[in-house]
Design a protein around this ligand. Sequence first.
Ligand code: SF4
Length: 346
Amino acid sequence: DSCLLSVKDLKVYFPIYKGLMRSVAGYVKAVDGVSLSIQQGKTLALVGESGCGKTTVGKSILQLIPPTAGSVRYNGLELVGLERKRLREMRAQFQLIFQDPYASLNPRMRIVEIIEEGINSLNAGDDREENTAARQSGTASAERLDALLKSVGLPPEAKWRYPHEFSGGQRQRIAIARALAVHPKLIVCDEPTSALDVSVQAQILNLLKQLQDSLGLAYLFITHNISVVEYLADEVAVMYLGRIVEYGSVDEVLNNPRHPYTQALLSAVPVIELESRRHIIHLHGDLPSPANPPPGCHFHPRCPHVMPICRKTYPATSTFSSTHSARCYLYPPEQEQEQGQKQGQK
Ligand code: SF4
């Protein structure tokens, strides 16, 4: 089984406190029953507007935010509730790259220290021997560092400099080098290019793709940028207010979007050659607050196809292929489809 990460029914609820007694008045359901999986060496893009919960999904998968409920299996090992020490060991295998590399790089440290700190902070299983060896032998460590910098397109001299001496794109390269230093298998990339100039964005995306090919990395790529999805992802999950509303291969979702929210997202992308995206669907209103989501289908106040039932209960999953599904009343739910097929067979 090449499934590296398997997330089932992940929930992250934050309590809302009220009054002097700070009693719990309700919950913000930032993530409300998210399931997804990533194969080794593949990229799943998690797409949605800011505030839809996609960053919380990334952090709770890495157990940086403890999930309220659900399962996160990495290589078959359940991470939810895993003992701290064991989790720290596991952390070498999954890394996080943020939107703003400057905020994640200590300004008082030289690049050599930043990367070594990343390596030394781990006393993890597979890496332990190698790290000890690297620490004992200055040359091996220096060689490895130079190789790491080279792999992200930076010269060896870069290691003696401080983060502020680099441009935004170079800083993101440093952050990538630091992440790679511990030999991760999965990298959660949280909008890693959205703070960069367009020309630099392309360079970083190329670098990530190239590293994926050479190192067999899997990415959970959190973004609001559909062009990035098209370029980098194998599968895509579209999130709206804490839930995944559509899931499928990039080809299925981008060329045949089923959920009205996905259709609106795609219609706003300025790509004219695709007939289906010519007609721009304007969404009215902002993303509602996850503290008080609309009843039924959360998208109903903004949906051009809203029906009375949409305001009542959340739609079940409808499947269109073994990989493509959406949650919307415009399509018959899974069970009915199955029944229909059985009746058809009789
Ligand atoms: Fe629109 Fe109803 Fe589908 Fe929700 S369930 S996306 S409101 S048609």
